[in-house]
Design a binder for this molecule. Structure first.
Ligand SMILES: [Zn+2]
Length: 279
């Protein structure tokens, strides 16, 4: 069943509320929990804090279905086309965050960052990315198997993205960043990591670059762990060096180059292959 990160509150269609914020400021909502509506069709949805109270989201209100025109059941219906229901079900019920909305909130930057850390560095990211790994072809450079290329996922703003447009190498993702309005994209990066470097108190893990344009890795790209998340992650850094990895997050270009911020190595990065020789 689809879990959604945002919902309308009190029928306010301009400014959907984020489940993470409802959780933080629960006192404001606790007597009005029947006033959340689906962002796509408006039917009543239910706020829940999730298992162990660390995964706030909105889900179906008991016995109330989404309208037949709603994007949620339409996207979910794709699972009927595939045999391996479990994986596809989780993927089609994942609604991808859109950076722009998170940027637009009027909160201080550190709150936004902590929300982003929860979205990308949370347990659901890990499930999402491990499911993607199962759709890759190991014999063919870990590319997406052709039958999954056109599987569509829903984005919070109601737009859709095909799996093949979500996954990419560094050159492909840089191209998408340049073409995007916000100069940042939510994506799954596939690339080869080098040894980590300390840059002031931050950790930077550059990807290898090559000269052959057909490998689509000719431009600089790094994974970046900002100083405030270094302590939580430092024991896992070695495990992702010199490896072919898949990494889920938000990529952007700034004055230091193009990078993807990692809040949690364990939840955002999967190692597909570890190299013995240093790259
Ligand atoms: Zn709906």
């Amino acid at each position: 069943m689809t879990r959604v990160s945002h919902a309308y509150f009190n029928n306010n269609k301009r400014d959907p509320v984020c489940a993470l914020d409802v959780d933080t400021e629960y006192h404001k909502y606790k007597d009005k929990t029947d006033r959340f509506g689906c962002m796509f069709c408006g039917v009543k949805v239910q706020f829940t804090r999730g298992k162990e109270h660390n995964d706030p989201h909105f889900k179906n209100w008991p016995l109330i279905r989404h309208k037949s025109s709603c994007d949620i059941p339409n996207i979910e219906r794709q699972k009927e086309n595939y045999d391996n229901d479990g994986e596809i079900e989780l993927l089609v019920s994942t609604i991808l965050p859109r950076a722009k909305r998170l940027e637009k909130t009027k909160k201080a930057i550190n709150v936004n960052r902590s929300n982003k850390a929860k979205i990308y560095g949370g347990r659901r990211s890990k499930k999402f990315i491990y499911n993607i790994v199962n759709l890759l072809c190991k014999q063919n450079l870990y590319q997406l198997k052709p039958e999954y290329e056109d599987l569509e996922l829903l984005i919070e703003d109601g737009s859709r993205i095909k799996l093949k447009e979500l996954l990419g190498t560094q050159d492909e993702i840089i191209k998408r960043i340049n073409e995007s309005e916000e100069k940042r994209v939510t994506c799954i990066l596939r690339g080869n990591t080098r040894k980590a470097q300390m840059v002031k108190n931050n950790i930077k893990i550059p990807l290898t670059i090559g000269n052959n344009p057909s490998y689509k890795n000719t431009q600089n790209f790094s994974l970046f762990i900002r100083w405030d998340y270094v302590d939580k992650n430092k024991e896992f850094i070695e495990s992702i060096e010199n490896s072919l990895i898949l990494c889920y997050g938000e990529a952007l270009t700034n004055e230091f180059g193009t990078e993807m911020e990692i809040f949690s190595v364990r939840h955002q990065v999967v190692v597909l292959k570890k190299y013995k020789n240093i790259l």
